[in-house]
Ligand binder design. Structure first.
Ligand code: AHR
Length: 554
């Protein structure tokens, strides 16, 4: 049976345990159950421990990343003030309108690898006088036949002030990635002056004010280098630590609580973490580090490399590869403790996402772009749940990348614009921002499949995270199985349930995508159930992401 046929069995069933009425607009099964019926019905359990908070979920976990790469900036964010495409000061209006409701807490820019080749001074002052520069990605074979497009030769129309205006428009804090490989520390000090020094104090603050921004921007987050073991300079950890200190020592604060983020390892390279922390500690430099960056891209083998035409093995290869995030977080966290016993330094997963074979949707200049299906939505749900469960360790995360690229929330070309299933996951999970993460205990049969060589493989059958705020608990659950729904008894330990609202993202066809012509092929559905007692039974459909809003009883 194909994945498509299997997924057609999708259903949602919410039943009340020892309670009252139900209201379900789709796939309804209305039942009030006694204890015997409950245990017969459920194959899984989730216990939510109200009295065991983990930490506050940093809103910054729900952050984004926009690099000067392919169609992210030009055609994605920036359309220009004189464009016929509706815009706010040159920024695509549809993007601003779609971002605001999902509370994009933080936005990383201008790279990625691009950052370590970028001179921020090229992107300030009058736009007509800005230079055109070779883009870091210009030699990609995908660009060979494409002429002098902005993705190859950056016109610098979108620079620091344009980016900071974009952040203001959508309500995100800016996170600037500093060029450590090809600019000296002095250029960084001057970038700080441009962004944060009071009007009239420095020449760079005058340049900012002349462009219309008298008040400083007060940028807090600064990434010092990117992938410094690779495109960011190919340094050893000790070399990187010594470069880092040039940037960290006596950076002017201008009254801002600066947060410097250091470039972490290549995946699971614990030696990079151990040696950087060791080298910094040796020079009493750890105080210059507030965040330790991790990057992890999920990818599937040959059966799943195509973003849309994957087979069941391609589905499982991808959704299981994102499970690696948990181990990366815990292993690096443990390693960091050797030098930072009190865990003053937190993890910043400033690049994560599902990376498929490039397949531009409407414009060949959109490097690394591909469509998104429920498979990508499930990766997003699994990953965000992992961050929530480690809210005591993860201070920020940035999905790569915002628009027209890897694991994007949006696709656009000229006046066309659409949101992907991943966008809906971010909208659903926004409720966790700033809430208290709760410990949860999941018992569920594993999801199993066969690897290419026939080896049996399995992963957790259900994945979830929970948080509480006031009298409400938010439970998000991902079911990665292609064919099995999971009927689950959810029990509140330490409270009672009054009402449950379910928001479900699922599709009868796991290969379906939202297109410019059919933008709502995959959108969430809503259901509501009145309840009483401690437990509720809910069926999580196959290949789905669900949010349950649980209103607590008195
Ligand atoms: O997100 C694309 C690229 O992936 C980034 O520029 C780089 O940091 C990473 O290797």
């Amino acid at each position: 049976m194909t994945a498509r046929l299997l997924a057609r069995r999708g259903f949602l069933e919410t039943a009340l345990v020892g309670g009252a009425a139900l209201l379900l607009p789709r796939w309804p099964v209305l039942r009030t159950l006694g204890d015997g019926a409950r245990s017969r019905l459920a194959d899984s359990r989730i216990d939510l421990l109200l009295d065991e908070p983990i930490a506050t979920i940093a809103p910054e976990i729900y952050g984004h990343f926009a690099e000067h790469l392919g169609g992210v900036i030009y055609d994605g964010i920036w359309v220009g003030e004189n464009s016929k495409i509706p815009n706010i000061g040159g920024i695509r209006k549809a993007l601003v309108d779609a971002l605001r409701p999902i509370k994009p807490s933080v936005m990383r820019w201008p790279g990625g690898c691009f950052a370590d080749s970028y001179d921020w001074r090229d992107g300030v002052g009058p736009r007509t006088q800005r230079p055109r520069r070779n883009n870091f990605w210009s030699d990609d074979p995908a660009f060979r036949t494409l002429g002098n497009i902005p993705a190859k030769f950056d016109p610098n129309a979108f620079g620091t002030s344009e980016f900071l205006h974009f952040c203001r428009l959508v309500g995100a804090q800016p996170y600037l990635a500093v060029n450590l490989r090809s600019l000296p520390a002095l250029a960084f000090t001057q970038w700080l002056e441009y962004c944060n020094s009071p009007a009239g104090s420095t020449t760079w603050s005058d340049v900012r004010a002349a462009a219309g921004d008298r008040d400083p921007f007060g940028v807090r987050y600064w990434g010092v280098g990117n992938e410094s073991w690779g495109c960011g300079g190919n340094f050893t950890p000790e070399e990187y630590a010594s470069e880092y200190r040039r940037f960290g020592v006596s950076a002017p604060e201008f009254g801002v609580d600066l947060q410097f983020i250091a470039s972490g390892p290549n995946g699971g390279d614990l030696e990079w973490t151990r040696r950087f922390f060791g080298a910094m500690a040796e020079r009493n430099g750890l105080d210059m580090v507030k965040g330790w960056a991790l990057h992890h891209y999920s990818s599937a083998g040959d059966a799943g490399a195509d973003a849309v035409a994957f087979d069941p093995r391609g589905w499982y290869d991808l959704v299981s590869s994102c499970d690696r995030m948990e181990g990366l977080i815990t292993s690096h966290w443990q390693e960091m403790a050797r030098a930072d016993r009190g865990h003053r330094i937190k993890l910043v997963v400033d690049e994560w996402g599902a990376w498929h074979r490039t397949a531009p949707v409407a414009d060949p200049a959109h490097l690394f772009e591909s469509q998104s299906t429920m498979r990508d939505a499930v990766v997003a749900g699994l990953t965000l749940d992992t961050f929530n469960r480690h809210a005591d360790k993860v201070a920020m995360a940035n999905v790569a990348q915002l628009i027209n690229c890897i694991h994007s929330l949006f696709l656009s070309h000229e006046e066309k614009f659409v949101t992907t299933p991943t966008y809906h996951v971010f909208a659903m999970y926004a409720a966790h921002q700033g809430a208290r993460a709760l410990r949860s205990v999941v018992s569920t049969p594993p999801t199993s499949w066969q690897a290419k060589d026939g080896t049996p493989r399995s992963q957790r059958g259900l994945n979830c995270s929970a948080s509480a705020r006031d009298r409400q608990v938010t439970l998000t659950v991902t079911n990665p199985a292609l064919s099995e729904g999971r009927t689950t008894e959810i029990t509140l330990r330490g409270g009672t349930i009054r009402l449950v609202k379910a928001t479900t993202l699922a599709s009868a066809d796991v290969h379906a995508v939202n297109t410019f012509e059919r933008p709502d092929a995959i959108t969430p559905t809503l259901a509501e159930v009145a309840a009483s007692g401690q437990s509720v039974v809910h069926t999580f459909p196959p290949a789905s992401v669900t949010r349950l809003d649980i209103v607590l009883g008195a």
